[in-house]
Design a binder for this molecule. Structure first.
Ligand code: NAP
Length: 244
């Protein structure tokens, strides 16, 4: 039977590359986006070119009602939820003393609470199926920390603890839960960085190149495949050797 994957933040960047990777693997894909419908439809079209079915669903991952409706929509449309990639994420950088409560909450709510709400809704379906794969997109910043990103680092470190806890909780139901921690990936999120910051980051990468979204999507595809059936609770860094 054709498997179904949900990719949050599938309209752009790493999420888009992941949705396309899944379509190449023969999975139907539900792309969750927040505001960028045109970009989400582009991803849908790219997935369909690979001969699978794909839909775009507008859903704010930090909103419980939105999440429940979206996941039910996917189950009704495709009949199962086999893979969930919690990829939607934002940054609102600033040094601690200048960081507003709103910016702290926005990042934690989107990156961490969104991951919680999506995992809760999907795991209910996966538990009944007695199978499923949840892949959470963390960051090496969640392992190393980063000045100016206390909110983002906390959300990503939270995702790592959340991943390991779910792996222990859901393992007996045939569900694996892993995290991928990318380094510096060329997307809209990093496009806003100054050339000076980009150069400083580049100097920290042993492979001497930044990642393309496809570099991360390949690892996510592996974790979503049967080849990774015996891997759970792990954090795979995909960062050109930046964090070791
Ligand atoms: P991106 O290009 O900025 O795309 C972000 C995606 O998240 C978009 O599809 C956006 O949807 C979606 N999104 C944002 N808020 C949402 C919400 N409340 N509900 C639903 N969707 C929402 O980001 P990216 O660089 O691909 O990053 C993807 C993930 O990788 C993030 O979790 C990020 O923290 C992580 N990561 C990125 C890097 C990097 O160097 N780029 C490094 C480490 C980790 P719309 O298009 O509708 O706005």
């Amino acid at each position: 039977m054709t498997k179904t994957a949900i990719v949050t933040g599938g309209s752009r960047g790493i999420g888009r590359a992941t949705a396309i990777e899944f379509s190449k693997m023969g999975m139907n894909v539900a792309i969750i986006y927040c505001g960028n419908q045109a970009k989400a439809e582009e991803t849908v079209a790219a997935c369909k070119e690979n001969g699978v079915d794909a839909i775009a669903i507008k859903c704010d991952v930090k909103n419980k009602a939105d999440v429940e409706v979206a996941v039910e929509n996917v189950r009704e449309t495709f009949g199962s939820v086999d893979v969930l990639v919690n990829n939607a994420g934002i940054t609102k950088d600033g040094l601690l003393l200048r960081m507003s409560e709103e910016d702290f909450d926005a990042v934690i709510d989107t990156n961490l609470k969104g991951c919680f709400l999506m995992s809760k809704a999907c795991s209910a379906i996966m538990m009944k199926q007695r199978s499923g794969k949840i892949i959470n997109i963390a960051s090496i910043v969640g392992i190393q920390g980063n000045a100016g990103q206390a909110n983002y680092a906390a959300s990503k470190a939270g995702i790592i603890g959340f991943t390991k806890s779910l792996a222990k909780e859901l393992g007996s139901r045939g569900i694996t839960v892993n995290a991928v921690a990318p380094g510096f990936v060329e997307t809209d999120m990093t496009d806003v960085l100054s050339d000076k910051v980009k150069e400083a980051l580049m100097n920290l990468i042993p492979l001497k190149r930044t990642a393309k979204p496809e570099d991360i999507a390949g690892t996510i595809g592996f974790l979503a495949s049967e080849k990774a059936d015996y891997i759970t609770g792990q954090v795979l860094t995909v960062d050109g050797g930046m964090c070791m």
